[in-house]
Design a protein around this ligand. Structure first.
Ligand SMILES: Cc1cc2nc3c(=O)[nH]c(=O)nc-3n(C[C@H](O)[C@H](O)[C@H](O)COP(=O)(O)OP(=O)(O)OC[C@H]3O[C@@H](n4cnc5c(N)ncnc54)[C@H](O)[C@@H]3O)c2cc1C
Length: 421
């Protein structure tokens, strides 16, 4: 497959766009692979890419029941940030942000990563103190973060509701290196990068059973036949509990919930940043896409489900948040809304870990935050699978942390998965 460069763009411009290759192959599944990853979302594809690139493990298949990037990968609101504070999360998400910063070059694919600032609005002195603690911690550990006073915020984002808000805005916590990216492009970039190194990405191939023998997975039963595997990684986000049961286990500290996203009709440039508004029960985040649509989201739908569609009360709730913080959106029409199925963990932090089966590995529990995490998740999951031991950065991302009381509750919301975003 040819690499993208200025030269290939010019050459294909001159020859009527005849010279572009397919982005990835459509192979038939083989009988056996060294590693099989289940789920061609961002985490599965990134894992396959880094297995091949960093560890030279190339006899790899990624099995996907639908089409690649058709799950949460292509449904999210694309926010990328590393403003985490807890030990473990801090290093992990900063590693991810650093990978984002070089991702388009690394993949030779424009993922449209835009470092347009992540701006969390503050509404009380207590919130400002909390943000100061978090953002100072970030600065002390090599990341960026700053607090803006109200004058700076007014200058940067003039359209917010400063004068008539139920919860007056007093400033903002800002991470300038944060922003967003084009989610499909990330999935396609990782898929292309993995395929170029020999990884088989097999779409329309649902895993329906896990065959185990002597404490190991021997093969996976799929809708396209049995596939033997030396090692198996689950990266199926909201469907993790289903796969976990197929592997013969009981419950997981994960619940599956729905999260909706929204996009408005395109409008002229209005908002240069990603803005987050969360006070008094509201939870809302918004940015403007390159095509002009306002892209936004809020809370979960508040009940467990595997359905990839959302309900009207949340539409109303999110639109109320939108107009309360940006009243000028009041007459903008909502174009589309959709939903994804989230793997919400009990403490809001993920799992990248070994399992009770010797050659089975788990990647799950991403909550609302798995888009920003996907490069580091793939990087560390590949490292775990290749070396059969966790890197020290992900040593806390185990299932055992609940047995040992070492929970990673970044939000301080307690053991209710619905409350962790
Ligand atoms: C509306 C919404 C907004 C979000 N906003 C953000 C955000 O702004 N920032 C952020 O960081 N994160 C965000 N997220 C979270 C993020 O999108 C997810 O955490 C992340 O995409 C999950 O990882 P994934 O991409 O691997 O999952 P998915 O793309 O869901 O991949 C899992 C794949 O596994 C496949 N699969 C499932 N079962 C099987 C099976 N039996 N056999 C084969 N394949 C199977 C599925 O078809 C799916 O393609 C958001 C999510 C949603 C839904």
């Amino acid at each position: 497959m040819s690499k993208y460069s200025l030269w290939t763009v010019i050459r294909n411009g001159l020859n009527g766009q005849q010279g572009w290759d397919r982005q990835w192959r459509d192979p038939e599944p083989r009988e056996s692979y060294d590693v099989v990853i289940v789920g061609a979302g961002l985490h599965g594809l990134a894992t396959a890419y880094y297995l091949a690139k960093n560890h030279h493990v190339r006899n790899v298949a990624v099995l996907e029941k639908g089409w690649l990037g058709g799950g949460n990968a292509g449904r999210n609101t694309t926010i990328v940030r590393s403003n985490y504070m807890m030990p473990g999360n801090r290093q992990f998400y900063e590693h991810s942000l650093k990978l984002w910063e070089g991702l388009s070059h690394d993949l030779n694919y424009n993922v449209m990563f835009s470092q347009r600032h992540h701006v969390t609005l503050l509404h009380s002195p207590a919130a400002r103190d909390g943000a100061a603690r978090r953002y100072n911690r970030m600065r002390l550990t090599g990341s960026d973060g700053e607090l803006w006073d109200i004058e700076t915020l007014r200058k940067e984002i003039p359209h917010l509701n400063y004068d008539n808000a139920r919860f007056p805005i007093i400033g903002a916590a800002v991470q300038k290196r944060a922003g967003n990216a084009r989610h499909d492009a990330v999935a396609w970039g990782y898929a292309r990068g993995a395929d170029m190194q020999g990884v088989d990405i097999i779409q329309n191939c649902e895993v329906v059973g896990v065959v185990r023998e002597n404490g190991k997975v021997v093969s996976l039963q799929t809708t396209r036949g049995n596939i033997r595997a030396g090692k198996v990684g689950f990266a199926v986000a909201g469907n993790t509990s289903r796969l976990w049961q197929m592997a013969g286990f009981g419950g997981l500290p994960i619940e599956t919930h729905k999260l909706q996203a929204f996009v408005s009709e395109p409008i002229k440039p209005l908002l240069d940043h990603v803005v987050v508004f969360g006070v008094g029960g509201a939870h809302f985040y918004i940015s403007q896409s390159d095509k002009g649509g306002m892209v936004f989201g809020g809370d979960l739908d508040w009940y467990k489900s595997y359905a990839q569609r959302g309900n009207l009360p949340i539409v109303q709730d999110v639109c109320e948040c939108a107009t309360s913080i940006l009243p000028c959106l009041g007459r903008v029409r909502l174009l589309r809304h959709w939903s994804g199925v989230m793997d919400m963990s009990m403490d809001g932090s993920p799992f990248i870990c070994k399992t009770p089966l010797e050659n089975l590995y788990l990647n799950a529990g991403w909550n609302y935050g798995g888009f920003k995490a996907s490069p580091a998740s793939g990087w560390f999951f590949a490292d775990l699978i290749a070396n059969d031991r966790p890197h020290e950065t992900i040593q806390h991302y185990t299932l055992e942390r609940f047995h040992r009381g070492l929970i990673l509750d970044e939000r301080g919301a307690g053991p209710d998965p619905k409350l962790h975003g």
